[in-house]
Each structure stands twice: as C-alpha cells, then as structure tokens.
Design a protein around this ligand. Structure first.
Ligand code: HEM
Length: 269
C-alpha cells in the first residue's frame, strides 16, 4: 500500500470510524434508556427492606452504583473482582482525560512539573492497567471452570469479556512495552474532539487500541454491558417502600369505558 493511501486511511477512515461508533453508542444508549423510561410501572415492586423516603432511595442507589452493595451480600469473591474492575475503569477514564485531553490543566492543577506528571501517569496508568486486567481474567476463569456457569454462558458473555480484555491489553502494551509518541496521540485526540482530525501516531498498538474501543462502544448498547445505564432505572431499586401510604395507580387500573387503558401512568410515588 502506498504511503499516501495509508495516510488517507489514517486521517479520514479512522476518525470516521471513531465518530460512527460514538454515534451508535449515544443513539443506542438513548434508545435503550427511552424504552426503559417509557415502560409502565404499574406496581410497587421495591425490594424489601426498602427505603421510605427519596433520600433513602438516593442512598440505596448510591450504595449499589458505587459499592455494589447487593453483590457484596451475595458473593464476596465476585464482589472483589467486579468492584476492583469497575473502579479501575473509572480511574483509567480519569487518567485518559487528564493525560490525553487536558494534560496542561491537569498538570497545573496538581502543581506538578512535566517530569512529575509523567511519573504519576506511569505509576497510576501501570497500577490500574494491571488492576483492570486481573479481575477480568478471574471472571473469565470463573465462567470457564464453574460447570453451572459454563452451562448458562452464551457467545455474548465471552465476547464482552474478550473485547474488554483486548482493549486493556493493547493499552497495557503501550504503557509497558511501547514507544508511543504521546504528543502525537494528544494532537490526534484534540483533533477528534475539535472535529478537525489529524493523522494518528504511527503505532500499531495505538491503532489497535482505538479500533477495539470503537468496537466496544458500538457493541455496548446491544449487549449486557448496557447495564451501565440501566441500574438507576430499576424499579426494584428506585421505588420507595410506601405502598401503605400511597395508592399506586397503573394504566391497567384505570380502564376507560371502551376498554383501552388511559395513557398516563399515574403517580410513580
Ligand atoms: C473503553 C475505553 C478505554 C479503555 C478501557 C482503555 C484502557 C487503557 C489502559 C488499561 C491503558 C494502560 C494504562 C494507562 O496507560 O492508562 C491505556 C493506555 C492508553 N490509551 Fe486507552 N483505553 C480506552 C480508550 C482510549 C481512547 C478512546 C484513546 C484515544 C483516542 C486511548 C488512548 C490510550 C493511550 C494513548 C494510552 C497509552 C498512554 C501512555 O502510555 O502514556 N484509550 N488505555
């Protein structure tokens, strides 16, 4: 392939792919969330012991989202793997924004020199890059070795794990073994964000990392990974335990004379 042709592919096709996968992710997530929000909730099905106040519901949802409280009670080892994995992902996301999107702002607000900032990125990127991969391997091993779990596992369970593993492995490859031109990577990211794409660094691991992230983004809304947006909309968790104080009226309770349900869903107390 001529140098010109590969340059065209890198400056137009790769950014186009990133935009397309981001659009699929945003539209797909919006569509899934809208479907959940539109679904009638005719009954109070809160999991007991449930909170009676709005502040209690917020505390319950916060505990589930940040500490995975139900999982902690159900399976301690699975909780360790899931929590370490998710926390590492969040901290890696913070690291990506600080290191690639706003490096100057991040460095100045931490009061660090260029060198210190670089060292901090090396340590935190290295630690959380490893901490993200270990629980994923444990989850895969668990799925492969527990007969009961293997029996109910489908292709999509393995595919999601494999995609996440590959994204993190290519990131770790750049962190531990690569010779990435970080300045070019930053220019590429700001080009993407300002809709004036430039060529990415000529680094195979970087391009592979990005292509895998695109695949992951486009896959999330259509897979079980969509749970990242669904937790807060779960009626068993976001309802108040107030069935004795409030009558919950669903569309089926208020049939019109003609037999069709009244469209409004009644109070979601
Ligand atoms: C699902 C999203 C992503 C995940 C899970 C992920 C994961 C990782 C991991 C685990 C590392 C190694 C640890 C570290 O250096 O922070 C890494 C490094 C890296 N990632 Fe990502 N990444 C994601 C998205 C992206 C995106 C969208 C870009 C850029 C467009 C990107 C660019 C990089 C670069 C340049 C490095 C190497 C940093 C360095 O060595 O200084 N990543 N990624």
């Amino acid at each position: 392939m001529s140098a010109l042709r590969s340059r065209v592919i890198m400056t137009s096709l790769l950014p186009a792919l990133v935009y397309a996968s981001a659009a699929v992710f945003l539209v797909g997530m919006g569509w899934r969330l809208a479907a959940w929000l539109r679904a009638p909730v005719p009954l109070n099905i809160v999991l007991t012991p449930g909170p009676a106040t709005a502040a209690g519901v917020a505390r319950r949802l916060g505990g589930e989202a940040l500490l995975f409280r139900s999982l902690f009670g159900a399976d301690r080892w699975l909780w360790v793997a899931a929590w370490v994995f998710h926390i590492s992902l969040v901290l890696l996301a913070v690291g990506h924004v600080a290191g690639l999107v706003v490096p100057e702002l991040a460095r100045a607000s931490l009061g660090l020199t260029e060198d210190q900032f670089h060292q901090l990125a090396e340590v935190t990127g290295g630690v959380f890059g490893v901490l993200a991969v270990v629980p994923l391997l444990c989850l895969l091993l668990r799925r492969l070795t527990m007969e009961r779990l293997r029996y109910i596992s489908t292709f999509s369970d393995y595919f999601a794990l494999a995609l996440l593993l590959l994204v993190i492995a290519t990131g770790d490859q750049m962190r531990f073994m690569g010779a990435l031109d970080l300045a070019r990577a930053r220019q590429f990211v700001s080009g993407l964000l300002s809709f004036h794409p430039v060529a990415p660094p000529s680094d195979t691991a970087f391009v592979a990392h990005l292509l895998l992230v695109c695949a992951l983004l486009a896959y999330i809304p259509f897979s079980k990974l969509v749970h990242l947006g669904g937790l807060l909309l779960s009626p068993t968790l976001n309802q108040r335990n107030n069935a004795r104080e409030h009558r919950h009226v669903g569309p089926w309770d208020r049939l019109q004379a003609g037999g069709s349900p009244i469209s409004s869903q009644g109070p979601r107390a």
